[in-house]
Design a protein. Structure first.
Length: 288
C-alpha cells in the first residue's frame, strides 16, 4: 500500500488480491471476471454492508465507521500493519490486532457459573459453539457427547449433520436456531481468520449441507436463539426446557443455561399411581 494512497484506492487494491474462496463466500455471477479478486457485492456480503456502500467508500464519497474498517480488515485478511494503515487512511487511530485463534479456555468466571448454578443444566461453549465444559445436570439431562475432543462436541456441526427427530418444539424454532448459530459462526470466522480448525469445519459443513451453505450466504436476519427444547421425561412424557445464552468476555465464551418449564404432553401431565405430589423428575439424554 503506497504512502500516497487514499482509503478508496487502498480498499480497491486490497479487494483485488483475495478470492471468494479465501473468505468463505460463494462467487457471484458472471463467472468470468474482468479483474481478479473479490467483487464489490461479494465483499459487501461478508462485511454486512450494501454494495453501494462499498462503491462509495472506494470512490471517496463516504467515510467508513471504525467498525466497518475493522470488518473490512478481517474479511480481507490484513496483517496488523495493514490493518493499522487502513485505519489511519480512514482517520482513526490504530487498534491492536485481535488474537487470530479462537479462545478455547474455560475462564474463571465461566468456571464459577458451572460450579454455582447447580440446580439447572449449564454448558460452556467457545465462539464456534464447541462444548468446552458442562455441569452434571447438563450431562445427565440435556445432551450426550463424547469425552474426547472432536466435531461431535460442536453444536453447529451436529445441527447440520445429525439425522433423527428434532428436539425443538416447533420446526420454526429449529430453523431459527440454525440461522442464528450460522450467522454467529460467520462472525466468528471474521474475527479469527487464522484458526485452521474453524476454517476446516466451515469448509466441510458447506460440502455436507446445502442448508448450511444457503444460510451462510443469506443476509443477517432479526431474531435470536431458539428458546425452547422438548425433551423426554419418564414422569410427564415430555418437558419444555427454556434455553438462554449468555456471552462472557474476556474469553469470548457462550454460557448456555437450560431451565425446566412445564410438561408439554397433555396426555401425561399426571404422575403415575403412587407418585402423586412428587416433583417432576429430570429428563434423560436429549440431543441438541
Amino acid at each position: 500500500m503506497r504512502q500516497d494512497d487514499d482509503f478508496g484506492t487502498a480498499l480497491r487494491t486490497l479487494r483485488r488480491r483475495i478470492t471468494p474462496g479465501e473468505v468463505g463466500v460463494s462467487a457471484s455471477l458472471p463467472a468470468v471476471r474482468r479483474v481478479p479478486g473479490l467483487r464489490r457485492d461479494e465483499l459487501a456480503r461478508v462485511v454486512g454492508v450494501s454494495e453501494e456502500h462499498v462503491k462509495r467508500l472506494e470512490q471517496g464519497r463516504r467515510r467508513p465507521s471504525p467498525g466497518v474498517v475493522d470488518a473490512l480488515a478481517r474479511t480481507l485478511r490484513l496483517t496488523s500493519g495493514e490493518h493499522a494503515r487502513l485505519r489511519a487512511l480512514a482517520g482513526f487511530a490504530a487498534s491492536p490486532e485481535p488474537d487470530s485463534l479462537v479462545p478455547r479456555k474455560v475462564t474463571e468466571p465461566a468456571r464459577r457459573m458451572l460450579d454455582r448454578l447447580t440446580e439447572v443444566a449449564v454448558c460452556v461453549c467457545d465462539a464456534t459453539w464447541t462444548v468446552l465444559a458442562a455441569n452434571e445436570l447438563w450431562h445427565s439431562d440435556v445432551c450426550t457427547i463424547p469425552d474426547t475432543p472432536g466435531r461431535d462436541r460442536n453444536v453447529v456441526w451436529r445441527a447440520f449433520t445429525e439425522a433423527g427427530p428434532s428436539r425443538f418444539r416447533d420446526p420454526e424454532r429449529l430453523a431459527g436456531f440454525r440461522a442464528t448459530v450460522v450467522a454467529e459462526l460467520r462472525d466468528t470466522a471474521r474475527r479469527y481468520p487464522a484458526d485452521a480448525e474453524l476454517s476446516s469445519m466451515i469448509t466441510d459443513l458447506h460440502a455436507r449441507s446445502q442448508e448450511f451453505s444457503r444460510l451462510w450466504d443469506a443476509p443477517p436476519a432479526p431474531g435470536g436463539h431458539a428458546d425452547r427444547l422438548r425433551v423426554p421425561s419418564p414422569v410427564h412424557g415430555h418437558l419444555y426446557l427454556d434455553l438462554d445464552v449468555l456471552t462472557l468476555s474476556p474469553g469470548d465464551l457462550r454460557v448456555v443455561v437450560y431451565t425446566a418449564s412445564q410438561p408439554c404432553d397433555p396426555e401425561r401431565t399426571s404422575p403415575p399411581p403412587g407418585q402423586a405430589g412428587t416433583a417432576p423428575q429430570r429428563s434423560r439424554s436429549a440431543r441438541v
